[in-house]
Design a protein around this ligand. Structure first.
Ligand code: NAD
Length: 497
């Protein structure tokens, strides 16, 4: 029987009252396993009201006490992450190992946030002017919203909320309506860790909830991750309503393979990064650029490896799971068909897959498409599925030109044994996250995650120092306690002496 997936407001589960619900499916069976509440504007207002009421006390809670809660949350998460991974697999479909990996990378941000006392430390200048001291502090913003996509229901929210909470803000999370249960599990974990009610809230929902968060006068900032069209909309709407917004969008990530590269390494990593999580990662490699004649050899090695992959139910130890929905699966398949019609060659055909899983799962096997040209939709569009395209280019410059002309700039990788070429690449390529012989260069929690061009709207990347900066605002205080002889009346602009 489909279970009801509620909101989480002011420290408790809240059943939906809007009368609107969304179906949540198990992607590996096609069965409806949940019915998620879709918030009305009033329900979003209730979540924001809880966050607003909790803010003054949480802001004034000492760093020592806030940090103690964060450490407890980290310990509980670390002990119980297999539970969260199982929830992710049951709704999203990614294989269990991959779901565990997602939780672990999210946990790294919690660990980073445990160091909040040193992250928000201000500066102090004694005697900036005679007997005048100047110092700076950073303060939280207030209630902030996190709006997340389906593909990382635990990790992407954790890019933001540990830092938002650690720095003294309160949070309303609006998860993807396609896999909403992870958010409730995390909310319960926060409660167990001792976080006061109202500091972390979950408003389940769709566009109605997003629009209300973007307009609500008490929401001070929005961290969004999703597709480019919605990211642009969220950025424009949120900033128009006076909010600080970071909106991370879609991607088309290229892997450049130079002729001197270790082709076995490149082939392994093309397969891992192209087909891991069924290609539903914003850092997945979707276009391999084979430079200067390595194409045939490289494609043969990638094809050989791709054919060994087992697609099936994520709970059965397979390599790759299903796609998130039937609609998305069909859309991904349509790109393979379009590529074929435009003259590309399907070398490994995922449409023929024999999955180890239920008949009604949303299956599409790993698909390798060769001789792709830059004008084909299989190249131009973000597919977000297990489809790896290979394009042949003559030179390194052709490869970089193609990447730099692409509308997206999330991640990219180069495979080479030439340090000079790698150094040129990291300098010249217009992309936010670069891998050198590393295919999915997702930065550590203490660096910041973010793309360029249509992969990110706003100026702050996620987590690391930029995350701390995003969730705080600066104050500079100029003070004088000694020397009461301040010179009497003087209407001139204050000068430092
Ligand atoms: P999506 O844009 O459909 O949804 C993202 C969020 O926006 C969800 O919470 C959804 O409920 C909400 N939403 C959807 N339509 C809306 C609308 N019309 N108005 C207001 N809100 C709306 O994205 P998705 O399919 O859940 O996730 C996949 C996308 O996310 C891909 O494009 C992927 O590249 C991107 N992504 C990017 C990153 C990154 O770091 N840049 C990370 C993960 C995923």
């Amino acid at each position: 029987m489909a279970q009801h997936i509620p909101h989480w407001i002011d420290g408790a589960r809240r059943e939906g009252t809007s009368g609107r619900t969304g179906e949540v499916t198990d992607s590996a069976t096609g069965e409806v396993v949940g019915e998620v509440a879709l918030a009305s504007t009033e329900e979003v207002d209730a979540a924001v009201a809880a966050a607003t009421a909790a803010f003054p006390r949480w802001r004034d809670t000492s760093l020592a006490k806030r940090t103690a809660v964060l450490f407890r949350f980290r310990e509980l998460l670390n002990d119980r992450k297999p539970e969260l991974a199982a929830i992710i697999t049951a709704e999203h479909g990614k294989v269990l190992d991959d779901a565990l990996g997602e939780v672990s990378r999210g946990q790294e941000v919690v660990e980073y946030a445990c160091g909040v006392p040193s992250l928000v430390r201000g500066g102090f200048t004694e005697n900036a002017s005679t007997n005048v001291d100047v110092f700076s502090i950073r303060q939280p913003l207030g209630p902030v919203a996190v709006i997340s996509p389906f593909n990382f229901p635990a990790m992407v929210p954790m890019w933001f909320f540990p830092i938002a909470i650690a720095t003294g803000n309160t949070v309303v999370l609006k998860p993807s309506e396609q896999d909403p249960s992870a958010a409730i599990w995390m909310a319960e974990l926060w409660k167990e860790a001792g976080l006061p009610d109202g500091v972390f809230n979950v408003a389940q929902g769709d566009k109605v909830a997003v629009d209300r968060l973007l307009e609500h006068p008490d929401v001070k900032a929005v961290s969004f991750v999703g597709s480019t069209a919605i990211a642009r909309y969220v950025y424009e709407t949120g900033t128009r309503h006076g909010k600080r917004v970071q909106a991370l969008g879609g991607a088309k990530n290229h892997m450049v393979v130079l002729p001197d590269a270790d082709l076995d390494l490149a082939a392994d990593q093309a397969v891992n990064s192209g087909f891991g999580s069924a290609g539903e990662r914003c850092m997945a490699i979707s276009a391999v650029l084979a430079v200067g004649g390595v194409g045939d050899d490289l494609v043969a090695r990638i094809a050989e490896r791709t054919r060994t992959l087992r697609t099936g139910d994520g709970r059965k130890g397979c390599d790759m799971g299903p796609l998130i929905s039937r609609k998305h699966r069909d859309r991904v398949e349509s790109y393979v068909e379009a590529g074929e019609q435009e003259g590309a060659k399907v070398v490994v055909d995922g449409r023929q897959v024999q999955p180890d899983g239920a008949e009604d799962g949303f299956w599409l096997g790993p698909t390798l498409v060769d001789h792709v040209e830059p004008h084909m939709s299989v190249y131009t569009d973000e597919i977000f599925g297990p489809v790896l395209s290979v394009l042949r280019v003559d030179t390194y410059d052709d490869a970089v030109g193609l990447i730099n002309r692409n509308e997206y700039g999330n991640g990219t990788a180069i495979f080479t044994n030439d340090g000079g070429a790698a150094r040129r690449f990291q300098h010249e390529v217009e992309v936010g996250m670069i891998g050198i012989n590393v295919p999915i260069p997702v930065p550590m929690a203490y660096y910041s995650f973010g793309g360029w061009k249509n992969s990110l709207f706003g100026d702050s990347h996620a987590h690391g120092a930029e995350g701390v900066h995003f969730f705080t605002r600066g104050k500079v205080i100029t003070s004088r306690w000694l020397d009461p002889s301040h010179g009497g009346l003087n209407l001139g602009f204050p000068q430092n002496v």
